[in-house]
Design a protein around this ligand. Structure first.
Ligand code: AR6
Length: 178
């Protein structure tokens, strides 16, 4: 499923983030930037050990922020390491921090003049963010960014399983419909 936002395309697909051929893929990292499980583990495995070597030079990353590295053995030229919030109850700044993780990633893509970027559903795995709430935050933030920036022209959300795709489709339909 895809929708147009000004001159850009926002699309959601089911798949594996490590296989994407976009200019950048986003990692759902933690603030150490030194690897972990889930998306983070998969990206480090696919990119090779040089990725961790570069990450070690970055001095970590605050929650809600993002940092960019090269992609090494990945198809994507860059990895944008974004740190989403750990979900507690939604009343501890989680929506603003999640929005910020998306926005900072898009800002880095824009600053590097990238045409395309693929995101996983940040914070919805180990960090426990309810998927539909996270989808609303992600789409609102991406939409707002694409209304005011000409690049990236393609933003893809890559959902790991059929259920995650379904949840995102439902949320995106309500946005696209009005
Ligand atoms: N491609 C796309 N999506 C995936 C993939 C994949 N290969 N693998 C998992 N997902 P998570 P978080 C989905 O836990 O919640 C790490 O240890 C998954 O189903 O990767 O932000 C980090 O080091 C879920 O919907 O990230 C941090 O410590 C979503 O991606 C912590 O986990 C995010 O799940 C970050 O937790």
């Amino acid at each position: 499923m895809q929708i147009k936002i000004k001159h850009a395309t926002l699309e959601i697909v089911q798949g594996d983030i490590t296989k994407q051929d976009t200019d950048a893929i986003v990692n759902a990292a933690n603030s150490s930037l030194l690897g972990g499980g889930g998306v983070d583990g998969a990206i480090h495995r696919a990119a090779g050990p040089q990725l961790l070597a570069e990450c070690r030079t970055l001095g970590g990353c605050a929650t809600g922020d993002a940092k960019i590295t090269r992609g090494y053995n990945l198809k994507a030229k860059y990895v944008i390491h974004a740190v989403g919030p750990v979900y507690r109850d939604g009343a501890h700044g989680e929506p603003a921090l999640l929005a910020s993780a998306y926005r900072r990633s898009l800002e880095l893509a824009h600053a590097h003049e990238l045409h395309s970027i693929a995101f996983p559903a940040i914070s919805t795995g180990a960090y426990g963010y309810p998927m539909d709430d996270a989808a609303r935050v992600a789409f609102a933030t991406i939409q707002e960014f694409l209304k005011t920036h000409a690049t990236p022209e393609l933003v893809r959300l890559v959902l790991f399983d059929a259920h995650a795709l379904q949840v995102h489709e439902r949320v995106l339909e309500t946005l696209a419909g009005g």
